[in-house]
Design a protein around this ligand. Sequence first.
Ligand code: MG
Length: 389
Amino acid sequence: MPQKIALLGSTGSIGTQALDVISRYPDKFKVDLLTGCNNIELLTLQARKFLPDSVVICNKEHYKQLKDNLKGTKIKVFAGAKEMEQAVALSDADVVLAAIVGYSGLRPTIAAINAGKKIALANKETLVVAGEIITVLAARSGSTIIPVDSEHSAIFQCLTGEDNKAIEKITLTASGGPFLKISADKLQHVKPGDALKHPNWNMGDKVTIDSASLMNKGLEVIEAKWLFGLDPEQIKVIIHPQSIIHSFVHFNDGSVKAQLGIPDMRMPILYALSYPSRYLSDLPRLEFKDHNNLTFEEPDHKRFRNLSLAFVALKEGGNMPCILNAANEMAVNAFLKGIVGFMQMPDIVEYALENSEFTATPDLESLEESDREARIIAQNFIDKLQHII
Ligand code: MG
């Protein structure tokens, strides 16, 4: 029997790559649910190709159009954020691939966890914002979380068959993005188009900007804490511009394990879907002779302050990572629209961290409140900021 898959965020970068993977294994995977938000053309094409049981469009305005587009099929069509949560919880899916970008991925992922589904987690914000709550809910429902993020997939693969108590530390690799060698002066004036040119990975806009500003790595540090039960001091970051080694685990006997591969998100997606098995694939192979210069350097916290801010938020805990994430989403949006400069993004995040109300043990409702408050504080700061672009 093929494994049934619910794909949340099917029209995004991870979603489309996941469907590429799924289409290669018709006897192993069957799409049960697809969800999207605004791209109804693509969602329609995907639904007609993969014939899921149901499709959900979160933006209700597109409901009628989508329903019309899928006339003549047996596919059930729903619309709205609440309806998406219900559809996930009630679906027959064995595995839910959570690939919605940003804070809006939180609620549907929680619905899937509460339903005890196996989760292939691509939405890092879920663990950044609500890591402690998610960990408790997953333990309660028996839901397993398999990371899709390439670095965390690497750590997860290195830890298979190991005892997490034997971890001394982990090192997450970071490509450093397109601005690795650019001076702080020049960084002030880089344009969204420059930041969107990632040297190695094919990702959506939000993740690509986060990658250029190292906020992506900051969010991944927080994600790693919750996935693997680590202390902040046990998580290190190293710049590895070639993106061949996806991360390292250092064990307490002095041994180090790493996972390698060419940078292609389809590989960690396939692993998360096939786990605990490995499926034969025709994805490109790593040839060592083509990569004879793998390099490593310390990240520059002065030019890329976001990484330090993420460690601050992680160490302070409570709702601080939620505030960090909300302010960053506002900052990235403003940068993509050309309203603020690249180096102003960390200023916005820092301001929100310093000016939002701290809660030590937030529940989901208070996290929603923190998210809202941090967005308002960040927006007020953006409005007052003297823009450098
Ligand atoms: Mg990553």
